[in-house]
Design a protein around this ligand. Structure first.
Ligand SMILES: O=C(O)[C@H](O)[C@@H](O)[C@H](O)[C@H](O)COP(=O)(O)O
Length: 216
């Protein structure tokens, strides 16, 4: 499903996420949600934090993290914490992040252990896509197809730093996938994906539904 929005992007996307979370919470006591890093979702997260949701029943995981200190302004955790986790007063035990104070392999192992002990599937993945078609920090298919749920990359992307990322295997346990994309370049990538171009984002699908929320 694709929504192409002329304006009102943030409000529309927040509403979609809120209603989906409410629906999922009618079925289950706890839900497990993946959040993308990057800039596009930040105003969405900020507005989401103002919603009346049972935050103690929602568990969050990051799709990927830049391997930088957690207080760096390049840290996805820091940026999401600022606009969502701390504002909505989400219990810290519900926030699963990559411990970048550890050596990178250990950080992956710890993140993977945390996921496995919490759940074997995600209910909702809120993802972005790069202007080159990458998703999470999967810039090439080999990385995405690694065994296990979490892996790391050489310095890649913008900022060009090593990254820790969920694999296709982990992302594709998600029941619902919402892609949040804005701008011409990303719209061109989506057009390619619809023509089955094997870009990384092409390989991520929700088990029940994949929704593209596309803005100018
Ligand atoms: O850490 C990251 O960079 C991401 O999680 C990444 O996959 C992001 O979603 C895209 O690069 C889009 O980023 P923008 O929204 O900033 O364009």
């Amino acid at each position: 499903m694709i929504y192409l929005l002329e304006d009102g992007y943030v409000d529309f996307v927040v509403e979609k996420i809120r209603t989906k979370m409410e629906k999922l919470l009618e079925e289950k006591d706890k839900i497990f949600v993946i959040l993308a890093g990057g800039k596009t979702p930040l105003p969405v997260y900020e507005k989401l934090a103002e919603q009346k949701l049972p935050w103690d029943r929602i568990h969050f995981f990051l799709s990927d993290e830049r391997y930088v200190p957690l207080d760096s302004d390049q840290s996805n955790f820091r940026n999401i914490n600022e606009v969502l986790f701390s504002r909505a007063k989400i219990p810290s035990s519900n926030v699963h992040y990559v411990d970048t104070s550890l050596p990178v392999e250990k950080a992956c192992e710890k993140y993977e252990r945390g996921i496995r002990s919490a759940t074997d599937q995600f209910d909702l993945a809120i993802l972005g896509m790069g202007p080159d078609g990458h998703v999470a920090s999967i810039f090439d298919l080999e990385t995405g197809n690694k065994d296990g749920l979490v892996t790391f990359t050489d310095p890649s992307g913008d900022p060009k730093v090593p990254r820790v990322t969920l694999t296709f295997r982990a992302l594709n346990t998600s029941r619902y996938v919402f892609f949040l994309i804005r701008g011409k370049e990303k719209i061109n990538r989506l057009a390619e994906i619809l023509k089955e171009e094997p870009l990384p984002a092409y390989f991520v699908r929700g088990k029940e539904k994949t929704v593209w929320l596309v803005g100018k």
